[in-house]
Design a binder for this molecule. Sequence first.
Ligand code: BEZ
Ligand code: FE
Length: 295
Amino acid sequence: MTYTVSAEQERREADLVERVVRSFDGCSDPRLKQLMTSLVHHLHAFAREVRLSEEEWTKGIEFLTAAGHITDDKRQEFILLSDVLGLSMQTIGINNEAYGDATEATVFGPFFVENSPEIPLGGSISGVASGEPCWVEGTVSDSEGQPVAGARIEVWEADEEGLYDVQHDDGRTAARGHLFSDAEGRYSFWGVTPTPYPIPSDGPVGKMLAAVGRSPMRASHLHFMVSAEGQRTLVTHIFVSGDELLDADTVFGVKESLVKKFERQAPGSPTPDGRVVDDSWSRVSFDIVLAPAGS
Ligand code: BEZ
Ligand code: FE
């Protein structure tokens, strides 16, 4: 839909934009000035292009107010909003430029928790989390192919019910932990096989998704954050090949290079660490390549 306005109306609207932009003339921080100037240009361009009605903008304000009200130290509606609009992935892409064969980054999400338990190599992050056991192994190397020893590997995931530990109300810590790569850069641990789950959809972002006919589901995944001295910190996930949500992840987080084969193993089949698992279990391999810091 295009809407044409008179020359006088056009002049008045453009004049307002210029006056707002000029209000930043005295800003002594050049980057802040650039951000504010560009933001004003784009916001006004949006309002003018869609001929934003006052009722619509009131609804917009109500939406942002509701996002603020539902946000607390466990629920971050603004991150969700940024995620479902693809802005998180756009920002991640801008700030994690391709570098050789360095592993691609993806969305951080709202469920990382500081001070996760440390587990030994080959240990388990699962705790009381429900789900099929999953053996995860791989290496961490730099972009020249050298192993990275002592890399800190943070991992976190939802349980089989589709909930992170912080979404249960019993204060549990489960399906999260951290470990360190060994001298050859190797790592391994037990978690649970990822399953699809919805992002929190009982707030304004969920209502917006419903209004536009979008699903709140995320493709099955396991989160990683890998840091090591001299290397760019990598925030990423691995996704489960064959998952039908790979093309419909509601936060646009899927990248083909991050889709991995989770191979289901028969009940009772021997595990890499000689454990006896009565039910089925799965295994996946994920080799991580870090880009140099500052790249
Ligand atoms: C997550 O994967 O944990 C997540 C990412 C974006 C929005 C909600 C959840
Ligand atoms: Fe997640």
